[in-house]
Design a protein around this ligand. Structure first.
Ligand code: MNH
Ligand code: ZN
Length: 181
C-alpha cells in the first residue's frame, strides 16, 4: 500500500486521538523510525495492524473503522490530486470512472500501485452496481470512499453489500442507490 494511504490514516488518528496515540500505534506496529512517504510502498500487513488496533482502541468493529477511514481518505486523496477530481461534474460520473479514469491516472502517477479491480455498471439513473475485487479485500474501505464521494457532491447514497469476498465470493457486489441533493 502506498504511503499516501498511511498518511491519510495518520492524519485521521492525530485529528481524533492526538499525536501521542499515533506514536503509540507506530511503536507497536511499524519498524523503528517509520516515516510514510506518499509515493513509496509499505507492507499491507502494517496498514491492517494499525487499523485493527484503532478498532480495538475505539471498541468498534474493524469494518466500521475501515468505512470511516475510507470516507476520510476520499477527501485526503482528492485534495492531493485535484486534477483527477476536476474531471468529474457529478457523483455518478465519478463512480462510473473509478477504474477507467481515476485508477488509470493513479497508475501513471505512482510507481507500481496495488489497485483493486472495480467495474461500475449503471442500472438506471441513480442506481449503480459496483463490482469490486482485490487481494486486499478492502471492500469496506471502498464503501467509505463512495460515501466520501457522495458527501463531496452532496448526494445521499445508500450501499447494499449484496455479496462479499469476506464470505468467499470472488468479488464483492455493491449496489448503490443515490439521488437528491
Ligand atoms: Mn482509490 C486505493 C477504491 C477513489 C487513489 N482505492 C484504493 C483501494 C480501494 C479504492 C478500495 C484500496 C486498495 C485495494 O482495495 O486493493 N478509490 C476507490 C473508490 C473510489 C476511489 C471506491 C471512489 C469512490 N482513489 C480514488 C481517488 C483517488 C484514488 C479519487 C485519487 C485521487 N486509490 C488511490 C490510491 C490508492 C487507492 C493512490 C493506493 C494504491 C496503492 O496503495 O498502491
Ligand atoms: Zn465485500
Amino acid at each position: 500500500m502506498k504511503g499516501v494511504v498511511f498518511r491519510g490514516l495518520e492524519e485521521l488518528v492525530i485529528k481524533n486521538q492526538g499525536m501521542s496515540a499515533w506514536e503509540a500505534l507506530l511503536d507497536k506496529h511499524a519498524p523503528q523510525n517509520r516515516v510514510y512517504v506518499s509515493a513509496q510502498s509499505y507492507p499491507d500487513e502494517e496498514l491492517f495492524a494499525l487499523a485493527n488496533e484503532v478498532a480495538e482502541i475505539l471498541d468498534k468493529p474493524l469494518t466500521d473503522v475501515l468505512r470511516l477511514f475510507g470516507e476520510y481518505l476520499f477527501g485526503y486523496l482528492t485534495e492531493r490530486h485535484q486534477g483527477i477530481l476536476q474531471q468529474f461534474s457529478d457523483f455518478q460520473s465519478l463512480i462510473l470512472g473509478i477504474d477507467s479514469v481515476i485508477h488509470t491516472e493513479v497508475a501513471k502517477l505512482y510507481h507500481e500501485p496495488n489497485l483493486p479491480t472495480i467495474n461500475s455498471q449503471q442500472l438506471e439513473d441513480g442506481r449503480i452496481l459496483l463490482r469490486y475485487s482485490s487481494r486486499r479485500k478492502l471492500c469496506f474501505c471502498a464503501e467509505g470512499l463512495i460515501y466520501g464521494a457522495g458527501a463531496h457532491y452532496g448526494v445521499k447514497t445508500k450501499i447494499e453489500h449484496m455479496q462479499c469476498m469476506h464470505d468467499g465470493y470472488e468479488q464483492c457486489h455493491l449496489l448503490l442507490t443515490f439521488g437528491g441533493n
